[in-house]
Every structure is written in C-alpha cells, then in structure tokens.
Design a protein. Structure first.
Length: 918
C-alpha cells in the first residue's frame, strides 16, 4: 500500500499539474514479490525496472498519466475509463517481464488533485480493489464497470477494509480465478424495516459470540430471534474471514436433510462416498466461518449433526435460532425476550410510553399504512395497553399495527381485551407467550373476510414461498371469483402482514409466510381441505415441471433450471404428498419431469435424491403405462455411475419404449446405449445400436436435438475405428443441426467432440476454436459436464502445443467445476493433471497421479480400451523417465490416495512448477 500513502500525502517536493475531475484510477501490483525476490536475488531489481518502464510506456500510449510508482506497485489515472481498461489489458498481456505476475484494480471517481498527488477515498478504494485481485486478474468497481463495454463477470459484493459499505466487484474477462482476496459480504436476507431497540442484547451477544462457539437464541415464534441474529451477524461478520452463511431451515421437516441443506448454502458438494456432513467438516475444519442455522425447532433431531460439526471444526461458530434449545454439549442458551413494555404507571405519560421499544415498533409499523399516525396524549395509554396485551412480541405487534388504518387504538385495544387475557407480569413465560402469539394471529385472521380467510389458509400448502402464478392457480377456486379477486386478496394479506413479499433480484416476485403464521393457517384447514389443496399443489407442480421440461434445450436453459430450483421445497413437498396418498402416476410423472439438470443445479439437491425419487416412484408404479416406466428408467440410467449398470437399465427402458410403441423414446434409449457401448469398448454393439437409432430417427423425422444425440456418438465411433472422413461428416452434420435449431446444449456437445477428435489428431487449427466455442456455450448455459470435458480437451491441446501456462490455468478452472460431478469427471481431472506434470518433467508426481487415476478407474468398472491404451502409453514413458525403484515408490503412493486427495496434491505440485525455469 506504499503508493497510497505516497499518493495521498507523501511529498517528493515536486509540483506538477495533475488532471482533475472524474478520473479512472488504475493500480497495479506484483503478485508474490517477496517470493520472486528470494528466487531471483539481485536480478529482481533489473526485472522490476523493466516492468515499471513497460507500465509507464503503456500508460502514456493510452493517454494516461503515471502518478506514482513505489516498490512493486504503480498508480496512474486516465480521463477515459475505456482507455484505462485497454491499458490494463495490455499490461496484463505483456509478458516481457518474465516471471512477474500482476494484479490490477480499476475504479472511477473524483480524487482531489494536490501538489503532492491525489488524495481522497477514491484513491484508497482503487488501491484496495487492486489488493483484492488475484495474480493475473483485473478487478473493476461498479463505477468503472458502468463506463466500459468490455465483457465482465459480476463477482458479487465484498467487504473492503476501512469501507463500511459493501463493494461490488467485477472482473474483466471470463477467466475463472479464486475468490478475490477480501471477504465476501454475507448473503443475509434483506430487512426492509429499521431495527427497533435491542441495543443491550446486541452488546451482550457480540461479547458472547466471541467466546462461545455455539449459541442458541431461543424464544417463542415471533419474538424476534431471526431479526436479532441477522443484526448480530451484520456486526460481527468481520471476525470471519472465510465468510458468514445463513441457512434457512424453516421449510425443512426431515432432520436428515439438514446436513445437505447446510452444504448447499455453503456450495459444498459431497464426494459419492461421503456423507454431506463429512464433506462440510472436511471443508470447514480449519476455516473461520459463521454459520447461522435459522428455525431449528422443527428439526431438533438434527442437533447431533450440529454437535459433530462444532466438535470437528473448532474455528466454525454457529448461531442457531429455535423455539427450544438443542441440548447439546457446549451450547449456550440465550433466551430472546420480547421488546420492553411500558409499566402500568407509565401509561399515564406520553413521554414514558414513547420510551418503550415495543411502542416504538408499534408506531413505526402503523405508519407503514397510516403515515400520519402520531403518539398523542389521547392514544398513548391505549397504544401502551395494546403492546402490553401483546406481551411485547414483535410479530404480534406487527399484526396489530397493520389494523390501525381501520380501527383506532382504542377500538383495537377493546377487541384485543376480549380476546387475550391480560397476563400478570410474573406469568409471562414462553408457553404463555406462544399462546399470546397464537391468539393474535387468530384475532387478525378473524378480521379477514371469508374469502380472504380461505385463500390465506390455502396458501399454507406451499413450502418455502411461492410465486404469484402458483398462488393464483393453487389457491383460487373458480366458483369463488376471478383471478383479479385472488390478486386483491393476496394484496390485502400482505398489507395485514400475514403474507410477506420476498425481495428477489431479476425473477418474478415471491410471497411467503413466516413459519409461525403458516402453522396457524395450516391449522385452519380440515383434513379434507388439506387433501384438496395439496392435490392442487401437486398438479400445479407436475404441470410446471413438465412445461419447463420441453424448453430445456435452448440458450435460456440456465433460466429454466433456476426457475425450477427456486421452488425446490415445493417440489419435494409435492413428491412427498404424491407418495403419501399413493398416487403412483403423479409421483412417476413428477419424478421423471424433474430432470438431472435440476438435481445438479444446487448443492442441497443431488443425483442420489434424484435416483431415490425415481426408484421409489417406479417401485410403486409397476402398473403405470410402459412409456412412463421407460422414461423413469432412462432417467435412472443417467444417475448411475457404473457404465455396466447404465447399459442394463437402458436396455430395460428400450424394451418398454418398444412395448409402448414410442419411437422417439426408443431413439433416445438407442443412442444412449450406443454411446455407452463405445466407452465400454464394445464397438460392434455400439455400431448396431447407433445404426438403429439413426434409421429410426430419420424415419420419424425426429427434431434436430434428437439427431444431434445420435450423430455425435456416431462420429466418435467412426473416429475410433479409424474412419476419419465419416467421423467428420457425422459431426459436421450434428453441428449444423444444432446451430440451425438453436440447440445450445447440443451445439456445445457436438463442438466438444469435434474439438476432442481434432485434438487427438493434433489438428490444432480445428481443435482450438471448436473447444473454445464449446466452453463458451457450456458456461452460458451452466452445463458443468460439457464444460469440464471441453476444458480438459483444450488443456490437452495446449500441452501438446507446448503452452503449459495456458494449460495450467485451464486445468485449474476445470478442477473447480468437476469436483461436483461424477467419478468419471474426476478421473478426467486427474488425467489432465498427470499429463501436465509429465509435460513439465515433474515425473514422480505424474506417476502418482496416474496411479491414482488408474486405480480409481478400475474401481469404477469402466473398461474403455481407448482410455486404457492411452494411459498405458503414458505410463510406459514415465517408467523410462525414472529409476525402477522411484517408479514403484511413486506408483504405490498414488494407489493409496483417494481421488480428492490426489487432485489436491496434484494441483499443488502444478502450482509449484516455475515454468520460466524450464
Ligand atoms: N427489534 C425489532 N425491530 C423491528 N422489527 C422487529 C424487531 N424484532 C422483530 N421484528 C420483526 O418482527 C417479526 C418477527 O420477528 P422474527 O425475528 O421473525 O421472529 P422469530 O424469528 O423469533 O420468529 C419480523 O417481521 C421482524 O422483522
Ligand atoms: Mg424466525
């Protein structure tokens, strides 16, 4: 940061005219300079001088003004943001500095020019942004980003030292780097209203949370636990350099799902052999993380997981909210009291009533609907009385305040008087408060019209929130009125604080109920009504899944998946309901319509759960029409890691498709069988399946995406059989079909194969652009599988072309993606690492990574001769490169490693290689 100090006030006794006004500030810094200095010794000075000259020259050539240079960092300003960006890109691209790698930060602001340089917060911010960048990365602030047209990635919000407000960071270009070197802002749910009171609690909790690893905030529903924990998290987030994570468990009913829900919130995925809890422990064991587990009360059975988590991860802190404590060792129970009330005596004076936090909350919430409301000598005693009746419970106060528009405080109080017994102060314990809350919700409910009551109760069939279209379809009864009526009712329910609008970015608004209120609403439905409305809920979500299913091949595939993922708790509830009422056909339809991509899209969903539902549905649905069973089996096949099993299941599915005379379904199964047979090394069978698939597809004039799925494996097979001309013909046809039909997934798939085969033939001019396009599309549609494959193929191309730097950066990106995928993709990661290490003459690590890959490949029971052959060649080469003892030692070491271990160790070896010394 030496440049900042200099720029901000240090003096060099030089005076000059610096540009003023709105400027774009560019800071650069050398990454790992201490290490470089150690490595290069005296040569470093020379290198540094050259580096500075380059930056100076580039800055001037883009119309910028070099302001300062100090140590390893430089500071320049530009009048135009676009010039600043061009200069930054050129600096990054200039490789003349040898081993030097820079980070760059760009920010546009209005620094104050003085004789001694620039001063002001904008200078500090630009410097801090630079410090947050990874080596090789260019980071921009929002203001700079808004002025340029280049492609950027939005990295989200970060905390920057000395700045109170979160700063949104953007990265120039699409390359993937590690997270910026500054803590992300916690993704805490927004709070549209001001916090009232709680100063004392926050102070206590701030101190307690510094020394206690696990604190449970307990109290009845609506006492303000969630609100308090969120405010606390805001204040203490700086203590957790690895982040703060909020896990909402309100919609979870099964304690067994708690670990995977936590893992999802943390974006952690378990290895196939690992439980989600083990995966969390693995990742968090030495991280400083704050985990907020909200609404644990209905999954108290999960307390043992929490106990294990805190025991295994000493630097992870947990803040839980629950109506009851968890009763585990080390737990600190912090009861959350309702808001302070005015005493009976104080009710006589407006000033004293106004002192109470409960009253303050009432007044604020009342003003939401009656903006001119004031506390006066006329209404103060009534308002104080209302708050006392409501026990100071924030949620109860909010419900009552929502009615002041129509009822005066006096009228409101007298109605509450009839409803709620005035509790003596001594008896204000938790069960009594729970009762108060229940009665307040009931009171508010009684004030609704009949129709409003019905819609309100029906909304309780939703889990984890709902969209407007869902509510309009599920909760409305055509006999009762029009859609407009339902909209008006939902509006009224929001106004009465019984429903809440979840602020969402970019997607349609969603509504939700606080859990306490949902319980009440659910209690208003009879068994029969529950069955009716859950049935409608099920039908709606079956239709929603099926409707989106047909749209999944376009470029907006990502949006498709996201639309479904946001309703994942509703889908789970619908699946569970179909199972409970033994509705095999609907269960099967829903389980089948929710495809693989849905289950891969979020960390708390998994292919295991996908398979679980499909298998459950099939087991109950053996009476279902063959076509339904065929489709379910086909989906199961794609959740199965072993090729052998996949082929068996697809064959079964094919038979059923034939029975159902579903030709289109049969084409899918046939092409799948063909594709899998290639990897199983059975080229003859593959040829037969694929011929049949193609013939059938042409006969029924199948749509382009279907043809693509047949033509691509045909190309691959032809290539493996040495028929290069035929291979290109099939693949070119596939690419054309996909392009014409705007089939993004198919295009990325086909181009990936074009590139892969060209790469194997060492045809760079064909391989590189095809793979690059495949990667670009896969990124756009968020297809981790195709992305991983194409990244590795491109890295192989760079290795063969001798550019190990490019290859290394790709492999790094690929590893970040594949860890979430199937075992086959992880083997692929190891292959890439092994090949790279060999090319970098890092023989021993190359041997142990190969050993780990081979060993896992065998366990995976795939017998792809093509893969085995290419591995054998590489291993033979490595055997020649070292002594036989060394070979054996390294090989034995690799055989003992698990895949994740081998990947992590291999990546570390790669990073340690200094390519400039080669
Ligand atoms: N101190 C407070 N200031 C303002 N609003 C509050 C406060 N405490 C609670 N609330 C509001 O009261 C309602 C219930 O609080 P919540 O934290 O959800 O309760 P709990 O988690 O205990 O069920 C929420 O709408 C919340 O925003
Ligand atoms: Mg809560």
């Amino acid at each position: 940061m030496s440049v900042v100090r200099k720029a901000a006030g240090g003096s060099r006794g030089r005076s000059r005219a610096l540009p003023a006004g709105t400027l774009t500030l560019v800071f650069t810094d050398i990454a790992g300079s201490t290490r470089l200095l150690g490595q290069l010794g005296a040569d470093y000075g020379e290198l540094l001088a050259r580096h500075r000259r380059t930056i100076r020259a580039v800055t001037s050539s883009h119309g910028g003004v070099p302001v300062d240079t100090e140590g390893d960092s430089t500071f320049a300003v530009f009048r135009k943001a676009t010039d600043a960006v061009s200069a930054a890109l050129e600096i990054m691209a200039s490789r003349s500095e040898g081993p030097i790698r820079v980070r760059i930060g760009i920010h546009t602001g209005e620094p104050e020019a003085t004789d001694e340089g620039y001063v002001g917060l904008d200078v500090h911010l630009a410097a801090r942004i630079c410090a947050a960048a990874q080596a090789g990365q260019i980071l921009l602030s929002q203001t700079a980003r808004d002025l340029i047209r280049a492609q950027v990635r939005d990295l989200g919000q970060y905390r920057i030292k000395d700045f109170n407000q979160p700063v949104r960071l953007f990265q120039l270009g699409q390359e993937r780097f590690d997270l910026p070197r500054t803590p992300p802002v916690a993704h805490l749910p927004g709070r549209p209203t001001r916090l009232v009171g709680r100063t004392q609690e926050l102070r206590e909790l701030e101190d307690l949370s510094a020394v206690r690893q696990l604190i449970t905030l307990t109290g009845p529903g609506g006492s303000g636990k969630t609100r308090l924990v969120l405010e606390l998290a805001d204040r203490i987030q700086d203590r957790y350099e690895d982040g703060v994570f909020f896990v909402d468990l309100a919609a979870i009913r099964d304690p067994g799902l708690v670990p995977s829900t936590i893992a999802g919130a943390l974006s952690i995925r378990a290895e196939p052999s690992q439980t989600p809890l083990a995966a969390i422990v693995d990742r968090l064991s030495n991280r400083r993380v704050l985990l907020i587990l909200d609404n644990l009360e209905q999954v108290l059975g999960a307390a043992t997981y929490v106990a294990e988590l805190v025991a295994q991860c000493p630097s992870v802190h947990v803040l839980a909210t629950s109506r009851a404590r968890l009763r585990i060792r080390g737990e600190h129970d912090y009861p959350v009291e309702p808001l302070p009330l005015p005493t009976g005596d104080e009710l006589r004076s407006v000033e004293q009533v106004a002192q109470s936090d409960a009253v303050a909350l009432f007044v604020e919430r009342t003003r939401d609907s009656a903006p001119r409301f004031e506390l006066t000598s006329i209404n103060a005693a009534d308002v104080g009385g209302i708050c006392r009746r409501l026990d100071g419970l924030p949620l109860a106060i909010e419900l009552a305040a929502a009615r002041v528009k129509l009822l005066s405080p006096r009228a409101l109080l007298s109605r509450l008087d009839q409803r709620l017994p005035l509790l003596t102060v001594g008896a204000r314990d938790a069960p009594a408060r729970q009762q108060t809350l229940h009665e307040t919700v009931a009171w508010s409910y009684d004030l609704l019209s009949d129709q409003e009551q019905r819609v309100f109760a029906r909304c309780s069939v939703f889990v984890g929130g709902f969209s407007l279209p869902a509510a309009l379809t599920v909760a409305s009864d055509p006999d009762e009125g029009t859609v407009v009526d339902v909209l008006a009712i939902l509006d009224a329910l929001v106004e009465h604080n019984l429903l809440r609008v979840i602020p969402t970015i970019g997607v349609e608004p969603r509504l939700t109920m606080l859990e306490t209120i949902r319980e009440f609403a659910w209690g208003q439905l009879t068994e029969l009504q529950r069955a009716t409305w859950q049935g409608r809920h099920l039908d709606y979500f079956v239709a929603a899944a099926e409707a989106e299913e047909s749209r999944q091949r376009g470029i907006d595939q990502k949006a498709w998946v996201q639309r479904l993922v946001i309703d994942r708790e509703n889908f789970r509830a619908a699946l569970a309901y179909a199972l409970a009422r033994q509705d095999a056909p609907q269960l099967l339809r829903l389980a089948t319509a929710l495809e693989r991509r849905f289950w891969l899209a979020s960390g708390d969903l998994s292919l295991e759960e996908n398979r679980h539902w499909l298998e459950t549905a099939l087991a109950r649905g053996n009476e279902a029409p063959p076509r339904m069973r065929a489709r379910a089996l086909e989906n199961i096949a794609w959740t199965e890691p072993s090729h052998g099993r996949q082929i068996e299941i697809l064959q079964e599915s094919l038979d059923l498709f034939k029975q159902a005379e579903d030709d289109l379904g049969a084409v899918g199964a046939l092409s799948g069988l063909g594709h899998l047979s290639i990897y199983a090394g059975d080229y003859e069978a593959a040829g037969r399946w694929l011929e049949r698939a193609l013939e059938l597809a042409r006969r029924i004039r199948a749509a382009a995406p279907v043809l693509v799925e047949v033509l691509v494996p045909m190309g691959e097979l032809a290539h493996r059989l040495g028929q290069h001309h035929a291979a290109s013909k099939y693949l070119d046809e596939a690419v054309n079909h996909a392009r014409q039909a705007d089939d993004a997934w198919g295009l990325s798939f086909a181009l990936g194969h074009v590139g892969r085969l060209a790469q194997e033939d060492s045809d760079w001019s064909r391989a590189v652009p095809a793979l690059q396009e495949s990667i670009e599309i896969a990124r756009e549609i968020d297809d981790p599988e195709e992305l991983a494959e194409s990244i590795y193929d491109l890295s192989a191309a760079w290795i063969q072309a001798g550019d190990l730097e490019q290859a290394r950066s790709l492999i790094r990106q690929g590893a970040a993606t594949t860890l979430e995928l199937f075992i086959g993709y992880r083997v692929m990661t190891l292959d890439a690492i092994a090949d790279w290490l060999e090319a970098a003459h890092s023989y021993s690590p190359a041997i142990w990574t190969n050993a780990a890959a081979t060993h896992t490949h065998a366990a995976w029971k795939s017998q792809d001769p093509h893969w085995e052959e290419s591995r054998r060649r590489i291993v033979d080469r490595l055997r020649q490169a070292v002594s036989s003892q060394d070979f054996q030692d390294a090989w034995a070491r690799g055989e003992r490693m698990s895949i994740p271990e081998a990947i992590a160790a291999g990546l570390r070896e790669m990073e340690a290689v200094n390519l400039n010394e080669m």
